[in-house]
Design a protein around this ligand. Structure first.
Ligand code: 5GP
Length: 207
């Protein structure tokens, strides 16, 4: 696998805590589903806040939804080895990355750190954290995904086309994940993800 763009210097792998990787095409509803999972699960979940060079959407809060940083700052931090993984997510447009600082404190505290990242980032993290719990959230259909992306009203036509093209590539890699969940009904997707995490938690207690 090509990981050159995303991987930076080697850091020791922490044994405490666990990574949970959740991917799915842009527009599938990851944020809403995962917010409900955080609200309803009793497991010690913490969300990793990524850094990005994309501008904030209306209502997004710096430091909470993302760390919104300039391209210059992103490249500097990338050179310093501050990212566990980072990629240009939509072809050659904006950069997105998981900061080591967003995961190591949680792992060291025994938390389950949840990364909501794209497939190329997920594959890079899986190489380093083979024991990560990986979940791919699917739309009920491509038409539904397109309807959701357009309904969001935040994307240009070019951005929608990029996101749909990327969705096709991501769906083709869904079987690299341990679990797949269809976000047809929000409640049901949340229930299934909570059930997956609880089962993994119970299994980990017996290992
Ligand atoms: P959005 O711009 O809609 O917030 O996110 C676009 C895509 O970037 C989503 O698929 C999201 O999962 C992904 N993404 C968000 N943060 C990261 C990250 O830190 N690393 C990678 N590789 N992808 C990310």
């Amino acid at each position: 696998m090509h990981i050159g763009q995303g991987m930076t210097e080697r850091k020791p792998i922490l044994r405490q805590g666990r990574l949970v990787i959740v991917s799915g095409p842009s527009g599938v509803g990851k944020t809403s589903v995962m917010q409900r999972v955080f609200d309803s699960s009793e497991l010690p979940l913490v969300r990793s806040v990524s850094a990005t060079t994309r501008p904030p959407r209306p209502g997004e809060i710096d430091g909470q939804d993302y760390h919104f940083i300039t391209n210059d700052e992103f490249q500097l931090r990338r050179q310093r080895g501050e990212f566990l993984e980072c990629f240009q997510v939509f072809d050659h447009s904006c950069w997105y990355g998981t900061l080591w600082a967003a995961v190591t404190p949680g792992l060291a505290a025994g938390k389950w750190v949840v990364l909501e990242i794209d497939v190329q980032g997920a594959l890079a993290v899986m190489e380093r954290f083979a024991e990560a719990i990986t979940i791919f959230l699917r739309p009920s259909s491509r038409e539904e995904l397109e309807r959701r992306l357009r309904g969001r009203g935040t994307e240009t036509e070019q951005s929608i086309c990029r996101r749909l093209a990327k969705a096709d590539r991501e769906l083709a890699l869904a079987d690299r994940y341990r679990h797949q969940v269809v976000n047809d009904r929000l409640d049901e997707a949340v229930r299934q993800i909570c059930a997956i995490l609880t089962t993994e938690w119970e299994r980990a207690q017996h290992d």
